[in-house]
Design a protein around this ligand. Structure first.
Ligand SMILES: Nc1ncnc2c1ncn2[C@@H]1O[C@H](COP(=O)(O)OP(=O)(O)O)[C@@H](O)[C@H]1O
Ligand SMILES: [Mg+2]
Length: 233
């Protein structure tokens, strides 16, 4: 579904990714793990066209996405929830949701505002609140709901549990499990090993801008040596 092959990327003079390759398969969840600074967020930003590709190829459903704008890539069917969540602070929750719904057509049986609010009832109670009035958990729910309103075939999340209380982490886990159950394909970058491997089917571990381990979630859960070596778990 998503085929990232031998990519190079970085910032200015600094190269961060050195021939990184990974694949996300339809209906499956791929976890991208690795220590802080390994290049996980850089990988996602490069996939989304937020950083220029300096080498290698990225294709989605067989179509190359290199050189396309972030908006075009989103329209092709990939929604991205950045680490920063990027909620519009001066817009209300409702307006944040409407903005996504308006820009992306809803296919039959797709994600509507009502369906997104049914998934996150808390957002329904906060519709008239400003984006800047939300707790961290609410902002993450809004960021995910907004991504779903783009009706993606692939959802990419960068550290969705970062900075959240355990009870909210549990809630986000259950919602993502529900989306997986509905057949949504996902790429999940996470520091929380238990969270990531309980949701994921497939796992890649990134270190110094390359994939150093790949296998299934069950395999890495059983491989304490790999956990220790690459993740410091
Ligand atoms: N905007 C930036 N400008 C320069 N270097 C950056 C920038 N963002 C990240 N980096 C560097 O790129 C490397 C990889 O960062 P990142 O992809 O964010 O890692 P991860 O998400 O795995 O923690 C780090 O060494 C980091 O310092
Ligand atoms: Mg990161």
């Amino acid at each position: 579904m998503l085929d990232v092959s031998d990519i190079a990327s970085g910032y200015g003079e600094t190269q961060v990714l050195y021939g990184l390759s990974l694949k996300a398969e339809p209906g499956r969840v791929l976890a991208v793990l690795g220590r802080n600074g390994a290049g996980k967020s850089t990988t996602l930003k490069t996939i989304m066209g937020l950083l220029p590709l300096r080498g290698g190829t990225v294709s989605f459903e067989g179509r190359p996405i290199s050189g396309r704008t972030p908006f075009d890539i989103a329209r092709m069917g990939i929604a991205y929830v950045p680490e920063t969540r990027d909620i519009f602070p001066s817009l209300t929750v409702k307006e944040n949701l409407e903005l996504a719904a308006r820009r992306f057509p809803c296919p039959p049986g797709g994600w509507t505002m009502d369906r997104a609010i049914a998934l996150f009832p808390r957002l329904g109670e906060r519709l008239s609140n400003g984006g800047n009035e939300l707790s961290g958990g609410e902002a993450q729910m809004l960021a995910i709901a907004r991504a779903l309103l783009m009706n993606p075939r692939l959802l990419i999340l960068d550290e969705p549990t970062e900075g959240l209380a355990p009870i909210i982490v549990r809630l986000i886990h259950d919602k993502l499990a529900e989306l997986k159950h509905q057949g949504l394909s996902m790429v999940l970058v996470e520091q929380n090993f238990g969270f990531a491997t309980s949701l994921a089917d497939d796992v890649v571990v990134v270190s110094k801008g390359q994939v150093v381990w790949r296998g299934t979630a069950a395999e890495i859960r059983a491989d304490t040596e790999a956990q220790h070596k690459w993740l410091g778990v």
